[in-house]
Design a protein. Structure first.
Length: 95
């Protein structure tokens, strides 16, 4: 099992992305990696809504979590926890 390293998206290196499974938390507006990899996701994202299976989600309380193969290393994964509002994306994180 890999050790978990928590870093802000702005501190993640290309080496980190290519060699580890990545957990992305935040919104399109708050997380640079969510913006960078949005075309790899099974949803369409903008700053105010997301579209999943042709359904538009515009409410600030709407959130979505999904896992995809890491676009830079198919042997690793990328978990994405995002939504329309940083407030509600963060509220759902209770470990």
């Amino acid at each position: 099992m890999e050790n978990i390293k928590i870093v802000p998206d702005s501190s993640l290196t290309n080496d980190d992305v290519e060699n580890y499974s990545i957990l992305l938390f935040g919104t399109y507006n708050s997380n640079n990696l969510i913006k960078q990899f949005k075309n790899e996701f099974p949803i369409e994202l903008s700053g105010t809504q997301f579209v999943f299976r042709k359904n538009e989600y515009e409410n600030k309380k709407d959130i979505i979590t999904f896992v995809i193969p890491n676009p830079r290393n198919k042997k690793k994964y990328m978990l994405v926890h995002t939504g329309n509002s940083e407030k509600f994306v963060s509220q759902k994180l209770k470990f």
